[in-house]
Design a protein around this ligand. Structure first.
Ligand code: AKG
Ligand code: FE2
Length: 609
């Protein structure tokens, strides 16, 4: 097979096709004989979304349901690039303890593959000489390949120099005379027969030109397309190197620096290592492919996803229609919040056993977000692979159809449990998530109260307007955009535990579409939608809960200055009430009233209430 490919490469003028065929065959070859360093090999697929030079997101809506589960026949289809592949790599046996886990890597291949490297992003917890620290601004938990890694990968491939291959008998296809081969740039005098071996594989194939004694190429360099003279990557080799990079230095001169970053990672991941030593309850959850989908996922939703995403190519709109028509996925707020059964009761129990086992270890766990003190960050106890399994099987397909902008290409996640209980945290103040798509499932419930309130989308004129209150159900999930304002109200009895997965899209976070533009609030905010943690004007609308004023007054940021609701002020409200009771007397023009309101509003801003 190896000898066929160069022919295809040289013959096909269209770079997209040749790159695709090459890559697709490589993925199939890998799948049919999975190397020991690959723990989980995702599907190769055409990007559902790309990002333009001007950082705009471009959607491709024809391919949202194709090849999420299946691989395409390489020669039948020639999908447009870039192509995407997710792989979980093992770490080498000799790797330091913190590295001994499955490492998710996202590869995005350009159409110039195999001449160019794909983008390489490690999306699990990792710190190493070979990855950049996550971008603070983006906070997407993504570790891009460092320039050191790229340099090492390039070195390893090296340039293939094309060659003049000499043949006998003044015949280009005559017997080979290897001792008379010449370098690519060398001049070939008349009187020699042979061919320009552009791809360096020793064979005359594809469009490689042959010469009898009466003609000469000059030098082969002038006869071979530039791109085939350069080095070519191969997927197996690339993954094997990435695997090695997870256990130590790729080059002796990187040794010291590698050790230094590795010891920092050992500190970051110390809870994972300690918890493994203490004893995990359900070991399989800590490894890729460990989540037994048939047992863990509600069979009805499992079947539905299989039906919609594994077979017919539906448009995105059609896929969404089918999901909703099933009656299993309910639209809690049209286009914005969806709910569906997800975990079996057995799996909820199993998960709770693991969480309680961790509590039992008394190991320190960081708080999941700035507002809850009793949850656990799951990635920091080692459950990252379980969440990737869940993201692959469920969150990604659903999000790509329900939230195409934010959810077409999810790569990383921040996942945690959150607990409400009398005497501990009893609620979660209204907020937006630092996620692109949030998946939230109730895994333990023996409680009353604690509804999840939804308001509007952050930055929109109605972002502090009450939309609905959702009551969780054991094993059921809701999925919504991170930008959707929400909060959990007081629990009135018992205990509630939820698993929350914040998924991130690298594309979205790097696009203009993710830039928040606040519009002016259109109406007076609802009491249930103001936040003592985030809102500057909280006290204007709601009495401060006990102890919160001292802590949060003056610290809010939302809405940004000048974007608050302008048409409300207590003096105006009082006057309007009076006017209403006077009975229908007209009070000046709408414009004049608006002016007065603005003035009053800006005065009131100077002294936060
Ligand atoms: O308790 C809930 O259902 C909401 C949790 C939540 O919004 C969060 O953790 O970000
Ligand atoms: Fe939230």
């Amino acid at each position: 097979e190896k000898t066929i490919e160069p022919a295809v490469l040289v013959e096909q003028p269209d770079g997209t096709t040749k790159g695709w065929i090459q890559l697709c065959r490589e993925v199939n070859a890998l799948r049919s004989n999975l190397p020991s360093f690959v723990a989980k090999l995702g599907d190769l697929y055409e990007a559902r979304q790309t990002i333009s030079k001007k950082r705009r997101l471009l959607q491709r809506d024809h391919n949202h349901t194709s090849s999420l589960w299946q691989s395409l026949a390489c020669e039948v289809a020639s999908p447009g690039g870039p192509w995407r592949l997710k792989v979980d790599l093992e770490a080498p046996k000799e790797a330091p303890p913190a590295f001994r886990k499955h490492h998710r890597v996202v590869l995005v291949f350009p159409t110039s593959w195999p001449q160019s490297l794909p983008s390489i992003r490690f999306t699990g917890q990792l710190r190493s000489l070979y990855v950049k620290p996550p971008d603070e601004d983006k906070s997407d938990h993504v570790h891009e390949a460092s320039s050191k890694l790229l340099a090492r990968l390039q070195e390893a491939v090296g340039p293939i120099t094309c060659m003049w291959r000499q043949t006998g008998g003044c015949n280009a296809t005559g017997d080979r005379e290897p001792e008379k081969d010449r370098l690519c740039g060398e001049n070939v005098p008349l009187g020699n027969s042979g061919f320009c071996d552009c791809n360096g594989d020793g064979l005359m194939n594809g469009a490689e030109p042959g010469y009898s004694c009466e003609s000469s190429p000059g030098s082969c360099e002038t006869r071979c397309p530039q791109e085939v003279q350069k080095g070519r990557y191969d997927l197996h080799g690339l993954l094997s190197q990435l695997h090695r990079s997870l256990g130590g230095a790729l080059h002796p001169s990187d040794q010291t620096a590698w050790q230094r970053t590795a010891s920092t990672f050992e500190e970051d991941a110390s809870t994972v290592v300690k918890y493994a030593a203490y004893g995990r309850k359900h070991e399989e959850l800590f490894w890729a492919n460990g989540l037994k989908l048939e047992d863990a996922i509600d069979p009805r939703i499992f079947k539905l996803i299989f039906k919609v995403f594994n077979g017919t190519r539906y448009s995105r709109a059609e896929a969404k229609k089918q999901l909703l028509a099933s009656g299993l996925i309910k639209e809690i707020i049209p286009d914005l919040v969806f709910s569906f059964p997800v975990f079996t009761l057995e799996f909820c129990t199993l998960l709770m056993e693991e969480i309680r086992n961790f509590y039992g270890s008394k190991l320190p766990a960081r708080r999941p977000n700035s507002m809850n003190n009793y949850g656990i960050i799951l990635n920091e106890i080692g459950l990252e692979p379980m969440i990737f399994d869940l993201q692959d099987a469920l969150i990604q397909p659903l999000a790509s159809v329900l939230f195409p902008l934010e959810g077409s290409e999810l790569e990383s996640h921040h996942s945690f449990t959150i607990r409400y209980k009398g005497g501990e945290d009893t609620h979660l103040d209204v907020h937006t998530d630092d996620s692109d798509v949030t998946f939230n499932v109730n895994i333990f419930g023996n409680y009353t109260g604690a509804p999840l309130v939804f308001c509007g989308i952050n930055g929109e004129p109605d972002h502090r307007h009450f939309r609905t209150a959702y009551q969780h159900q054991l094993g059921y999930a809701i999925i919504h955009k991170g930008r959707h304002r929400h909060g959990a109200e007081d629990i009135t009895g018992g205990e509630r535990m939820n698993l929350v997965v914040w998924s991130y899209s690298y594309n979205y976070r790097h696009s203009k579409e993710s830039i928040k533009v606040h519009q002016r609030e259109a109406a007076k905010p609802d009491e249930r939608c103001v936040s003592y943690t985030h809102d500057r004007d909280f006290g204007r609308y709601k009495a401060w809960p006990e102890g919160k004023k001292e802590r949060f007054l003056g610290r809010g940021w939302c809405p940004p200055r000048g974007k608050e609701y302008v048409a409300w002020h207590w003096r105006i409200e009082k006057r309007e009430r009076e006017r209403a009771s006077e009975g229908g007397r007209e009070g000046g023009s709408e414009g004049a009233r608006e002016l007065l309101r603005d003035k009053l509003f800006h005065n009131s801003l100077l002294t936060p209430s």
